[in-house]
Design a protein around this ligand. Structure first.
Ligand code: NAD
Length: 484
């Protein structure tokens, strides 16, 4: 099945931080894939803008290397790559000064979409927004794309929202949470709202509980300085896991339209109960024979920052009262695996007797690796000798189901950048959503900081601290295995 490519209007996309890690690993290779798919108009321009002094030729060489290294799917066709690079230019600018802004302005055209991607540290977001206005680069229809982290707590997120609002309307601000750009996450909405099968069961009457796991095998890597001031709660839960929770739990919006979807997500966040302190487990990975532990990685022997968090959340509304949502995320775990599992309740009465065992339907939505979904259904174990039951998955791996072309799942950034050009904010966080999410996580973080809580140690390659397993065991439930 060949995926359909819907052309977008011509655009000038300026990537501030165009020489940085995110631009090289994700944004530029993603744009190249869209170009190769035929989605980029012939006269579209991609302009890298960063502090380094370099010319177009040097930047194009850097982009070429980035695409070869991070583009995926083998060596790119040199002809395609050259044709893409013809659309790429560079302008050195100082986000905090005056240099380069007028020259950048000269490179932009008047009759096309203008988008400015802030792929720089958050301390520069306000400076960039201000200069885009002062130097006349921003028009009434220009868009800005803002990377995470969006604030460090409610107060800083509010301040940032206020600062951006001085220069741009909310309809021009695209706050990225790349989890929302994942194909499976959008499929979650297609499955919920495109079928009649699931929605009638999607509530506390039929759902026993929901598990959301985002597990990584890597440690903090080179981000130690940033991470030690952040931790798993700020870095992952406040944004990615809460966004997933919202999509699972929200009411059906009347239309698949940006504010309709974001209104429903906001209602979920506002209906979240405060989490009881004994319903949160924080962890920090230790050392093993291959490498030192978290504290050595962040060069802070007294660090109390969590590299793992598991918690039980409740949503107080008619649909979900009584169904717990268990969230966990961590670094240095057993496998790189992210999934959402909707665990349905037992059948109200088993006609097969106790010896048939306990069986449950589970809808598991895999975000990585191998995006796809499985639905466990209970069937009879084949063979004579009575009625023995078995749970087997109905498997929908996108790569298998959609064939070689449709199976190439676009990267989240690829999708999101094209949505910016189209002017579609559905998969971007609105300012009030981000603030509401901080308003929920802030008291939790404040409470453990105030009591000097020390995270529980866990072994690299494990499923996290023992207490996280107990969080579910106490409720007579268990986490699904973390496996790739
Ligand atoms: P980076 O340090 O690799 O790159 C920073 C870029 O900003 C460079 O191009 C640099 O030249 C430019 N820059 C710095 N100061 C400047 C100034 N005064 N004027 C103009 N340009 C300046 O950072 P990164 O890893 O690419 O991250 C960029 C943003 O994306 C950050 O907000 C980060 O939190 C976010 N982010 C990164 C990743 C990732 O995987 N790297 C993932 C999610 C979010």
């Amino acid at each position: 099945m060949v995926s359909r490519v819907i052309p977008v209007d011509s655009f000038d996309l300026v990537i501030f931080g165009g020489t940085g890690d995110l631009a090289r690993r994700k944004i530029l290779p993603g744009l190249f894939r869209r170009f190769r798919a035929g989605q980029m108009p012939a006269d579209a321009q991609v302009i890298g803008a960063a502090r380094s002094d370099m010319d177009d030729a040097a930047f194009r060489e850097m982009v070429r290397e980035a695409i070869v290294e991070f583009g995926g799917n083998g060596t790119p066709d040199p002809g395609d790559l050259d044709a893409f690079l013809e659309r790429v230019a560079y302008q050195s600018v100082d986000a905090k000064g005056e240099a380069g802004w007028s020259e950048l302005e000269d490179k932009l055209r008047d009759d096309c979409v203008r988008a400015f991607y802030f792929s720089v540290g958050p301390s520069l977001f306000g400076d960039l927004a201000e200069r885009l206005r002062t130097f006349g680069l921003a028009t009434e229809t220009s868009r800005i794309v803002v990377e995470k982290p969006f604030g460090n707590d409610l107060e800083s997120a509010r301040a940032l929202n206020r600062e951006l609002a001085q220069y741009f309307d909310e309809t021009q601000i695209y706050r990225i949470d790349h989890y929302l750009g994942k194909e499976t996450v959008q499929n979650l909405m297609a499955v919920r709202f495109g079928n009649v099968l699931f929605e009638p069961l999607w509530n506390a009457q039929f759902v026993d509980h929901i598990q959301i796991t985002v597990a990584e095998t890597v440690g903090v890597g080179g981000r130690g300085g940033y991470y030690d001031h952040s931790g798993a709660m700020r870095d992952m839960v406040q944004n990615h896991l809460m966004q997933l929770l919202c999509l699972i739990a929200m009411e059906p919006p009347a239309q698949f339209e940006p504010d309709a979807v974001r209104d429903e997500k906001l209602k979920v966040i506002r209906a979240l109960d405060p989490v009881e302190p004994h319903h949160i487990v924080r962890g920090q990975y230790g050392a093993d024979e291959k490498q030192p532990g978290y504290r050595a990685h962040v060069e802070n022997e007294r660090s109390r920052t969590e590299s793992f968090v598991a918690l039980k959340a409740h949503i107080s509304n008619w649909r979900w009262a009584g169904t717990p949502f268990y969230l966990r995320t961590g670094k240095m775990l057993r496998a790189r695996a992210s999934e959402i599992a909707v665990v349905f309740k037992d059948a109200p009465h088993s006609i097969f007797g106790a010896e048939a065992g306990r069986h449950r339907n589970v809808l598991a939505i895999r975000l990585q690796p191998n995006e796809g979904m499985t639905l466990d259904v209970t069937i009879k174990e084949p063979g004579p000798g009575g009625m023995r039951l078995l749970d087997v998955p109905l498997d929908m791996s996108f790569a298998d189901a959609l064939g070689p072309d449709g199976g190439e799942v676009p990267d989240a950034y690829e999708r999101l950048v094209m949505d910016v050009i189209r002017g579609n904010q559905t998969l971007f966080m609105r300012g009030d959503e981000v603030e509401a999410a901080w308003a929920w996580t802030d008291p939790l973080i404040d409470s453990w900081e105030a009591r000097g809580d020390v995270p529980k140690p866990y072994d690299p390659g494990s499923s996290g601290p023992e207490d996280a397993l107990m969080l579910m065991h106490r409720d007579g439930r268990r986490w699904r295995d973390i496996k790739a």
